[in-house]
Design a protein. Structure first.
Length: 209
């Protein structure tokens, strides 16, 4: 089976949007400032972006708050975010919602999985579903996530889940693989330029192993 090129799909969509001469509303789920940096730089020319910070998977709470503060400060000083009026929506932090969503009690062996396994797939689905629901209730035309910028994330799983969650009528999932075209490298450059805190693990307690 031929592998889908999600970057090519994204480029086609952006070309169509460019010719429309009107920025549609995009809800961008974000996990942290470093992963958001390149994605905002890349997409702000095409979309009216609102960032959704919904990450109850992050452990411990001090880490969650540190990443949130870093993102808030970054949005206040990053020119593409300031000039394009990128907004930030912060939702509740309830780790029990995350544990319930991944059903770790039913499959305790998932605690030992490396990234890109079933535990991560369930976490992707959990946060993408919340992004879709917020986008739907607030009249966004598109929704997506920064997650695919990481070389440790499975872009195929993320995009497959996004399209499965998408319903008609409702916001459209923006297919992407942001690590392509040097996206991950650019996020490293922006992190260095703005002195961003780059965490050493994805977020949940299991990813610290």
């Amino acid at each position: 089976m031929e592998k889908i090129n999600y970057q090519k799909q994204l480029e086609k969509i952006l070309e169509q949007i460019k010719t429309a001469h009107k920025k549609p509303k995009l809800l961008l789920h974000a996990c942290c400032a470093p992963c958001s940096s390149y994605v905002i730089e890349y997409l702000s020319a095409y979309f009216d972006i609102t960032i959704l910070y919904y990450n109850p998977n992050i452990y411990p709470q001090e880490e969650y708050e540190r990443r949130l503060l870093e993102l808030q400060n970054f949005l206040l000083e990053f020119p593409p975010a300031v000039q394009n009026s990128v907004h930030l929506v912060v939702q509740e932090y309830n780790p029990q919602d995350f544990y319930a969503a991944i059903r770790i009690n039913e499959s305790p062996e998932m605690a030992q999985e490396k990234e890109k396994g079933e535990r991560c797939r369930r976490c992707y689905a959990f946060r993408l579903r919340r992004a879709y629901e917020y986008a739907y209730l607030n009249n966004f035309e598109w929704f997506t996530t920064t997650l695919s910028i990481s070389p440790f994330k499975d872009a195929e799983k993320i995009n497959t889940l996004g399209k499965q969650i998408e319903e008609n009528p409702g916001p459209i999932f923006l297919s992407s693989d942001f690590k392509k075209l040097g996206g991950f490298k650019r996020s490293l450059e922006l992190s260095a330029e703005y002195g961003l805190y780059r965490q050493q693990y994805c977020g949940c307690v299991y990813s610290k192993n």
